[in-house]
Design a protein around this ligand. Structure first.
Ligand code: PEP
Ligand code: MG
Length: 317
């Protein structure tokens, strides 16, 4: 099986019908940037910037942030780099700030923290704007639920650009990680260039089950009829709005989920790099006509067990 997968490693990611799929890497350090070349990926679909800053042990100043980003961009040979602004809070501690909250997964995390502490977020936005003067960069905003949050960040971004007197090309996207973001996509789409589904969190907030709490892991299934229906609604919404949609959660690395995601129209994913060969192999097994029929059946499933039985039958590992 491994041999079969490895044979696909150097291929461009594409479906069995020959449709090209954009396949990016999820990374969290400067060192991992070389995985794009090593695993023949199309770029970085998700740079989890908070890990760069955690490795520093303190909040890096703007110049240091820029040099970390440059060290990554330099290794990419012109391939796109999608930088997600810091996702501190929840289980990731922000250097220099001890957030103690009763309910951290529902607390001041990610963009909520950035809006509460604009001085910090603005240093990051400034470093990203400067980088965008030199390299093809996209900006990705985590945990946006309300249009007001997006507008708040965009206002900060405009201020930063004005202060720097720089206006490089910098496409902006949001992570879709809450049901509210799915429901309100139409109110945000005209301000966005793309959106990227974070299924790890979208599942957590869909089931209201902490993704890191083993006590509730049976209530946090990776694949369920509820999640498939929610993703289907999202993909239809994005299509109607002509908003490019990709997916960077772990679900993209689940062979049983891939045919459903492809049938929903997704053609852009970002994955843990080491899964590259296996995912390319799975993409090559996909045929649109079969996929559509499978999706229709999956959408009619009511129980997890039923959905998994359906998908287990279809996946050729
Ligand atoms: C996600 O939520 O699916 C995601 C990609 O972000 P993270 O795992 O960093 O929360
Ligand atoms: Mg997330």
């Amino acid at each position: 099986r491994r041999q079969k997968h490895l044979a696909c490693l150097a291929d461009n990611a594409a479906t069995g019908d020959g449709e090209r799929v954009w396949l990016g890497a999820n990374i969290g350090s400067v060192e991992e940037a070389d995985k794009v070349a090593q695993y023949h990926l199309d770029g970085i679909g998700l740079l989890r910037s908070e890990f760069l800053y955690m490795a520093e042990g303190h909040w890096p100043d703007e110049a240091r942030q820029l040099s970390l980003y440059r060290a990554i961009a330099r290794q990419l040979d012109g391939a796109p780099l999608i930088i997600r602004t810091f996702d501190f809070g929840a289980d990731k501690a922000l250097p220099g700030l001890n957030l103690v909250e009763a309910n951290p997964a529902l607390g001041q995390r990610a963009i909520r923290l950035g809006l509460a502490q604009p001085e910090r977020l603005k240093t990051q936005l400034a470093a990203i704007v400067r980088l965008a003067m030199e390299y093809p960069v996209k900006l990705l905003l985590p945990m946006i639920s309300l249009p007001e949050e997006l507008e708040g960040v965009l206002a900060q971004l405009e201020q930063v650009k004005a202060e720097l007197a720089m206006n490089p090309p910098l496409p902006v996207g949001i992570m879709v990680e809450t049901p509210a973001a799915v429901l309100m996509l139409d109110a945000m789409a005209d301000k966005l260039d793309f959106a990227s589904v974070g299924t790890n969190d979208l599942a957590q907030y869909c089931y209201a089950a902490d993704r890191n709490n083993a006590n509730v892991s049976p209530h946090y299934p990776q694949l369920s009829p509820a999640l498939i229906r929610l993703l289907h609604q999202l993909s239809r919404q994005a299509k109607a709005l002509e908003l490019p949609l990709s997916l960077c959660g772990e679900l993209a690395s689940e062979p049983r989920a891939l045919p459903l995601l492809l049938a929903m129209g997704l053609r852009s994913f970002s994955i843990t790099p080491v899964r590259s060969a296996e995912i390319k192999y799975q993409l090559q097994q996909y045929r649109q006509a079969e996929g559509k029929a499978l999706l229709a059946k999956a959408l009619a499933c009511t129980h997890k067990r039923e959905l998994l039985a359906l998908l287990n039958d279809c996946v050729n590992r």
